[in-house]
Design a protein around this ligand. Structure first.
Ligand SMILES: [Zn+2]
Length: 311
């Protein structure tokens, strides 16, 4: 067996067995990976309960990782491609900064929302490979991929594709779940076949540096009430919503799924109210939250031999 990231053999520690999967930590590149390591395909995601709820809730708020890119208002060129753009909420904010934005997502329903709700035109339900094949001369100043890398069954091939679509000296911004978080708000969602790799600040930095990038910023989210709410939700399963979703899926009844989503929203609001008084205490504790963000720049290639060394 080979590490899917550094490709070394026999340098792993088995850390956990989960259903038919084993999770290994590679001592060479410090990445945790699943074995077997296979992306389940778009149908699996479309059938997943969490995914259906997320889409039904149609969350249009900016996430922590989006805000890391948007907040300081720096602009790194004209064009930005968002891989795994979801409903387009980040693209809309990037557009406000002046970027000409293009987005891709496997889910046609997300693309419809991006077009109709956010008025985005350059959004497509195609793979990164297809986009690059269709526009071989198109190169972007910035490529973003938030909460995407951990789903990839070949992080190396994915980064190669990203580099193909990036201008020399172009920027990437990405996020992955921080495996060193104090509380786990992801539960089953952090296991295969959903998440196939797990990262911390040092493993993501070294992964990108070895592939020709210069790290501009790598940062982890501080533990806040959001993490606490996520953690409570994984511990207290919402049985009523769960049953409603199953019923809605069985009868293909959108009204039932919407009812489940409303129940989830009520639960979230209640949890927010309950956890507000804990916010100052959590801030004092300075513990790590669930997010890991990285901004990096593709180093200009000096010689052909150097590029070969960069995978
Ligand atoms: Zn490795």
């Amino acid at each position: 067996m080979q590490c899917p990231v550094c490709e070394k053999e026999d340098v792993f520690n088995l850390i956990e067995t989960w259903k038919e999967y084993k999770l290994y930590h590679c001592r060479k590149c410090d990445v945790v990976f699943s074995h077997p390591m296979k992306n389940p395909g778009s149908e699996w995601y479309e059938e997943s309960e969490l995914y259906i709820l997320g889409k039904t809730l149609c969350d249009t708020t900016i996430s922590w990782h989006h805000d890391q890119f948007i907040h300081d208002g720096k602009v790194f060129g004209d064009s930005l491609l968002d891989v795994g753009c979801g409903n387009g909420v980040f693209m809309k904010e990037a557009q406000k900064l002046g970027y000409k934005v293009v987005g891709i997502d496997f889910d046609k329903e997300n693309i419809r929302i991006a077009r109709e709700q956010f008025g985005l035109n350059e959004v497509f339900s195609i793979t990164l490979e297809n986009l690059i094949d269709s526009y071989p001369n198109k190169k972007f100043d910035v490529i973003t991929f938030f909460e995407v890398l951990e789903h990839m069954d070949s992080p190396n091939n994915f980064i190669k594709l990203i580099k193909t679509g990036l201008k020399p000296g172009g920027y990437i911004a990405l996020s992955v779940p921080n495996r060193e978080r104090f509380l786990d708000p992801l539960g089953d969602g952090d296991y295969p076949p959903n998440h196939l790799t797990r990262w911390n600040a040092s493993s993501i930095s070294s992964f990108l540096e070895k592939r020709g990038f210069e790290i501009i910023k790598v940062t982890t989210k501080k533990l806040t009430t959001d993490d606490l709410i996520g953690y409570i939700k994984t511990k207290i399963r919402f049985r009523i919503a769960h049953k409603l979703i199953l019923k809605g899926k069985t009868h293909n009844d959108q009204a039932i799924i919407h009812r489940a989503a409303t129940l989830m929203k009520i639960k979230d609001t209640a949890l927010k109210l309950v956890t507000i008084p804990l916010a100052p205490i959590l801030s004092l504790l300075k513990l790590q939250g669930g997010g890991l963000y990285c901004l990096a720049r593709l180093k200009p290639v000096v010689t052909l031999s150097k590029e070969k060394g960069n995978l």
